[in-house]
Design a protein around this ligand. Sequence first.
Ligand code: AN0
Ligand code: CP
Length: 311
Amino acid sequence: MKNYTSINDISNLSETIKDAILLKMNPFGYSEIGKHKTLVMLFFNSSLRTRLSTEKAAKNLGMEVMVLNVNDVWNLEFEDGTVMNMDTTEHIKEAAKVISQYADIIAIRAFPKLKNREADESEIAMTSFKKYATVPIINMESATAHPLQALADAITISELTEHKKPKVVLSWAPHPKALPHAVANSFVEMMQYLEVDVTITHPEGYELDPKITKNTPIHYNQEEALKDADFIYVKNWSSYNNYGQILNTDEKWTMTKAKLGKAKLMHCLPVRRNVVVEDAILDSAQSVVIRQANNRTFAAQVVLKKLLENL
Ligand code: AN0
Ligand code: CP
């Protein structure tokens, strides 16, 4: 593997999930593979899980880790040919090449601005680093994808599946802020690969990019969609068609204990309690969100290991 910017970069997903579970059982089994190698993590946005789990994963493999909050560095210019007489101080062409001299792998978090769909979909930060850096790039959540989260989610489902072809439902929930589509996109793509029966439910107007959802069934009736679910993944996202807008805050979409039934509750976190999911679920044994967050370490570790093996 050369980069990990989308789940499509993994050639054998089911094998990779199994490898991640093996790493979870033996996290220090490859503690020499990253010796004298450095991971540089660049954050354009906040993070708790991604930051700590990726650092932990790298350290389990013997790597050194350096973290840079990009808001603290020179203002980066991404456009080609700009006359840089305004706010931007340093061009990505220099920045990416310079960082590549300090790093063996670069991991980047760069959220969408949710103002202009085309601009966000161009994934300027991720594509520019891929273009100008001379080392592998890992996506720690970009405008359109969160592949480390999706891999952790797949590990979690794989660990907890009790019968063949579990029913998995991605259920939209209200949120006071406009959120990105990345988590939902990568989760849907991942479920399409796995041996699961996947359904999406959301209010009208919240359709995700049809290039992602393809022929995955979509229900506007949440109750019908949730019937007999084994796993319910709750997540808010803003409208894709009315790009970045909040069209609905109806609390009847909040996940409740009654709606959950016997299913396991999944969420990538951070979660707004009693807006997205009721307390009663998050505080119950049906919630697997803490396990998901733990599996972020082994998702990152299997990805880093594959990249290190290919250096
Ligand atoms: C972000 C999102 O929804 O993409 C990050 C989640 C991992 N969530 C928030 O900004 C609350
Ligand atoms: N789930 C997730 O990516 O969390 P952070 O935003 O805290 O990294």
